[in-house]
Design a protein around this ligand. Sequence first.
Ligand code: ADP
Ligand code: MG
Length: 248
Amino acid sequence: MAIVELLNVSKRYRLGEQDVIALDNVSLAIEEGVFLAIAGPSGSGKSTMLNLIGCIDTPSEGRICIAGNDVSGQTPDQLAELRARTIGFIFQTFNLLPVLSAAENVEYPLLQFAELSKRDRQKRVRKFLAMVGLRDFMDHRPNQLSGGQRQRVAIARALATHAKIVLADEPTANLDHKTGEGILRLMRQINRKSGTTFIFSTHDRRVMNMADRLVRVEDGQITKFGVQSGDGWVFVQDHTHDEDDPEV
Ligand code: ADP
Ligand code: MG
């Protein structure tokens, strides 16, 4: 079953006198448990697509279903609840709270769940920080951690709510290549082990090759949809315009 479904989704932004079409009649079904990369040049609509899937933004037209919920009819409160319980976010700039320790950053989104006791929260914090290899860095503040370690804290924070879908907008863009690859490998390992659906955007060819699904976006439209098979990508849809970049 698809955990994310976009049906004829368009997003327009008003910019002064002009309408910018960030997404243009996009339809896409994402199966539960996949590790999906969204690739495309800057300005092609990657962040817009992630923000719509994450219910941070609403479409100008079309329908979005997340984990069986049609998002269009929902109130802001219902959307906030869906976001809090179903979706985890990872950002290019990590977005950790600088005055909080690694443990407190991971605990922070759990404070909104009244059913969790302090003990339950701390158990989750320990479990997920251990999962990302930061058991010994619980008390460190973000400025006492490297970029890669900060992104690991952000991964633990995204997972600690038991999110079904983790959305990551260019999660490796502020990391050197080797660290970025390590972050992707960690996400991939968690994806395989837990079945959590990961959807991430990237520019980096080597990083996108670690995905098992690939969506190529150009000018607000999906031009390719690929499935990773044993010996490379199989493209089930291909309307690429970008001649300079035939591989993706
Ligand atoms: P990407 O993440 O692939 O770089 P975006 O989704 O951020 O692309 O942007 C897609 C298009 O929508 C771009 O032309 C961008 O300038 C425009 N856009 C994005 N957000 C806004 C906004 N809040 N207001 C106006 N235009 C926007
Ligand atoms: Mg972007």
